[in-house]
Design a protein around this ligand. Structure first.
Ligand code: HEM
Length: 554
């Protein structure tokens, strides 16, 4: 598209935005000063050197709710207040859907899968997929998680000296990708065997230049937000960016791999004829059957009831969705947890002692079960603390579907000095759900909210124990989201992290390299990724000293 066309388009967008803004003013709420009407705070927020620093400061300055500025004078409600979050995400159900631009973006990067679906369509998708994420189903996958964890340990023992610096951020995604592929789709990525795949390459390059959006990109996004989908789709058809091409390459590769898998398995269905058809029929009537994701997808595709059926494209999109949403973020969380355990060696020793004690009790040769992991309270506390301090997703956005009153746990002071215990919002109001800021909120977690302290989950008198806010799905942290759109894969991720951490801590010790590490949190492929300050061009990095543990039995 000729860029000069953007001038008249911007004028139209300006008019539309101005009309919308006038209705949705939050001027009675305090917020940071704005230096640019055109970009608001969007550029500053998207280009912070350390992800979150600006939000954390603003939440400290203005309270758990404040007003920030979007492009062209839009008011955005920034929320880290526990009661407000509960109201919006849990009580609100589908009344605070994802924003239109977020939905469009999700469709572009992973297709019409669960993360894209809204309202009744979301319910249909969730119904089809939930059995694959039930606790009993996931417990059945544990041996697979353990097998891949052992394979990682074996690779390190084969390839590295007894004590060597290893970039763990390079290795952990290999395990989580192999686990996700095999457990969910019967697909062998072979990452731990150094196999390359089109899908993996497309995934790694899809966000090559999108981490620090330019002013123009942010303005373009705001412009798209103001226009109807059909108009945006028309312009996207004639003005294709490099980013669009990379996103498409990933979705095409994921759907291509999914199509092959499904065809292969559908032909098994045909080959096995009546037996499988009967099993499928029984399942749809509620009987037990295989409930891994591939089977659930095949069954949804074959369902006769339109309320349960997923169309072909929806089925293929679930594969790109789960791969995109599931493996890297789990690996990234694990990387942060091992980093924190390397900084706090006493906690690493305490955790290892807990694991050893369970192993001794169960017998050194016994294969640990999910119950064993659940009894390791310090292990689970470390996982919660890693998720809390380093949430993979910094924030998410929602839009009010109705005029509403949002209650607050912590009142804030209005611009006229009034104490506000509730915030009125109008239909269409954009809301920034500040996951990371809630996770560090001192009103919930106490004065050491910014510090690594897994013991906070074990001490009944600790501030965070007293302030349980009933949001989130695990340990009162917001890192998996909350309510009807919370992460469907949270149990999968927790069990996987338990298995990998227990395996690695049994066999290795982790330390910071001599001289320490200067780690910066940088947005990467929509995650908060650790990188070395001054070496951001080298991407995700976490080089730690990994020492083989000297034990007769390992
Ligand atoms: C530590 C690991 C993980 C973290 C921190 C995480 C975080 C999140 C968050 C914050 C959301 C909600 C986003 C929103 O409300 O806008 C979400 C949704 C989702 N996650 Fe995860 N996730 C993790 C692992 C996984 C895994 C392993 C899978 C799949 C195997 C997965 C699949 C999904 C899907 C499909 C959704 C969309 C759910 C829906 O909209 O109903 N995630 N995740």
């Amino acid at each position: 598209m000729n860029p000069t066309l953007l001038i008249p388009l911007s004028a139209i967008a300006y008019l539309l935005l101005s009309l919308l803004r006038r209705r949705k003013s939050l001027r009675f709420i305090q917020g940071p000063p704005v230096s640019s009407w055109l970009l608001g705070h969007e550029y500053e927020l998207a280009n912070q050197s350390e992800v979150g620093d600006l939000e954390f400061k603003w939440f400290r300055d203005y309270g758990t709710v404040f007003r920030s500025a979007g492009c062209c004078g839009e008011d955005i409600l920034m929320v880290s207040d526990a009661e407000a979050l509960h109201h919006i995400l849990n009580t609100g159900g589908y009344r605070y859907p994802k924003t239109r631009d977020a939905v469009r973006f999700i469709k572009q990067i992973s297709g019409r899968g669960l993360t894209w679906a809204q309202g009744a369509v979301h319910q249909r998708h969730k119904k089809a997929l939930s059995p694959a994420f039930s606790e009993s189903q996931l417990r059945m996958l544990l041996p697979l998680f353990q097998m891949y964890s052992d394979k990682l340990a074996l690779r390190w023992r084969e390839r590295f000296a007894d004590s060597q610096i290893i970039d763990i951020s390079h290795w952990l995604p290999k395990v989580t990708l192999d686990v996700l592929g095999e457990s969910s789709f019967d697909f062998q990525f072979g990452s731990l065997d150094d196999k390359s795949s089109d899908l993996r390459v497309a995934l790694q390059t899809m966000f090559a230049s999108s981490q620090r959006p330019s002013k123009f990109t942010l303005f373009l996004r705001a412009w798209k937000r103001a226009l109807p989908d059909s108009v945006v789709e028309y312009f996207e058809g004639i003005y294709v960016t490099e980013e669009d091409i990379r996103f498409k390459a990933y979705v095409d590769a994921a759907k291509g791999a999914a199509r092959e898998l499904l065809e292969e398995n559908s032909s098994n269905l045909v080959a096995n004829g009546e037996k499988i058809a009967q099993e499928s029929h029984d399942y749809l009537k509620g009987a037990e059957g295989k409930k891994d994701m591939l089977n659930m997808l095949l069954r949804s595709k074959a369902a006769e009831d339109p309320k349960k059926r997923l169309d072909d494209d929806e089925v293929l999109s679930q594969v790109s969705t789960m791969i995109f949403a599931g493996f890297e973020i789990t690996a990234c969380t694990l990387t942060w947890i091992i980093y924190e355990l390397s900084r706090k060696i006493e906690d690493q020793q305490k955790l290892r002692a807990e694991i050893d004690a369970v192993r001794v009790k169960r017998g050194e040769d016994a294969v640990l079960t999910s119950n064993d992991y659940d009894t390791m309270h310090f292990l689970n506390a470390c996982i919660k603390e890693g998720l809390r301090l380093h949430p993979g997703v910094q924030f998410t956005t929602r839009e009010a579907d109705l005029d509403d009153i949002v209650p607050l746990a912590q009142p804030v002071i209005s611009t006229s000095g009034e104490v506000l215990k509730k915030i009125p919002v109008m239909k269409g109001q954009r809301v920034h759900i500040a996951i990371a800021a809630y996770n560090r909120s001192s009103s919930v977690w106490g004065p050491d909210a910014d510090q690594w302290n897994p013991s906070r989950y074990l001490d009944p008198s600790s501030e965070s124990k007293k302030q349980q806010s009933m949001i989130g799905v695990f340990g009162n942290v917001m890192s998996f989201g909350s309510g009807v759109r919370a992460c469907i894969g949270w149990r999968f991720a927790v069990i996987e992290m338990q298995a990998i951490l227990v395996c690695l801590l049994t066999q290795f010790e982790f330390e910071l390299p001599p001289g320490g590490l200067d780690i910066q949190t940088v947005p990467l492929r929509s995650m908060n990724a650790p990188m070395l300050r001054g070496k951001l061009d080298q991407g995700l990095q976490m080089p730690l000293v990994v020492k083989r543990r000297v034990r007769a039995d390992v």
